[in-house]
Design a protein around this ligand. Structure first.
Ligand code: GLU
Length: 282
């Protein structure tokens, strides 16, 4: 992106995954990275943008607090971990945002919030009011009450739905991978990073096939392409970048060269968020 993106963007959603927020060896929170990211977000808000953070990590942080070594597979243990982890995550965010004199608020969403037109509209109004008041919403799935049938499961899709709901201009997925590759880079050393995608066609979907997510979070490349479809059809650009170095946010918004994949906004007049939700996730 060559122009200064910050001059163009009005409302942005940034999603960070569990694997980018926690230390691989221990599962404990990476405070240094969190602190840097919070500073970047406060700075973006200081430039006049409405900033929304979609943060995973509830289950990962909860499991570490309870002393569980493996990611739980049964739903009730995940819910219990999330109950502990979400509170701890928000406590940490509140402290960090508070240090920069910025206010953050928690928004927990379930599929029902998105499917039900009344609660979807209520959520939209809440976001608008939070932005109006200068508060940074921190969103996650409400894992403690989401049952298997009613789970998004991954925050890639959730963040794109939020971007669509609030009319964001830009969605950034901070992931544990640099972007979209021509093939799975874990298996094929010749796989090449794609820098820009103008149209989501079969060729692009083919590239994501078989690519795997990390064992900390849940979203692989396929969920990121679903996110790209929701975001770009709703009129937002979407970038997949590596959350390993959060200064990539700075590079993106200053118009500097950065490593990642940009999916260009491609407003589709036939795309209706409510219909998409009913057909794909309802
Ligand atoms: N909502 C889950 C959590 O916060 C994570 C979902 C994801 O990994 O995308 O733990």
């Amino acid at each position: 992106m060559s122009e200064n993106t910050s001059k163009r963007c009005r409302r942005i959603v940034i999603k960070i995954g569990s694997s980018s927020l926690t230390h691989e060896q221990t599962g404990g929170l990476n405070f240094t990275k969190m602190e840097k990211m919070v500073r970047e977000l406060c700075d973006l808000q200081n430039q006049g943008m409405d900033v929304c953070l979609v943060s995973s990590g509830a289950i990962a942080v909860g499991r570490q607090s309870i002393g569980m070594k493996e990611r739980p597979s049964d739903i009730s243990t995940k819910q219990a971990c999330a109950a502990v982890g979400q509170a701890k995550l928000m406590m940490t965010y509140q402290k960090l945002f508070g240090e920069y004199n910025h206010a953050a608020g928690q928004v927990l969403i379930t599929k029902n919030t998105m499917i039900n037109p009344v609660s979807r509209n209520n959520a939209k109004n809440t976001f608008d009011e939070l932005f109006h008041l200068g508060v940074i919403p921190i969103v996650n799935e409400n894992d403690t009450v989401s049952t298997y049938e009613m789970q998004f499961g991954d925050n890639d899709t959730l963040s794109a739905l939020v971007a669509s709901l609030i009319g964001a201009d830009m969605l950034i997925l901070l992931s544990d991978i640099d972007g979209l590759y021509t093939d799975d880079p874990h298996k094929n050393p010749k796989a090449q990073l794609i820098r820009e995608v103008s149209t989501l066609d079969e060729k692009i979907y083919e590239m994501a096939k078989g690519s795997t997510g990390s064992n900390v979070g849940t979203g692989g490349m396929a969920t990121k392409l679903t996110a790209a479809k929701i975001a770009t059809f709703s009129g937002a650009d979407m970038i997949i970048a590596n959350g390993n170095d959060v200064s990539v946010l700075h590079q993106i918004f200053e118009g500097e060269d950065y490593t990642g994949t940009l999916f260009h906004a491609n407003s589709n007049p036939n795309f209706r968020l409510a219909d998409f939700i009913m057909e794909s996730i309802g």
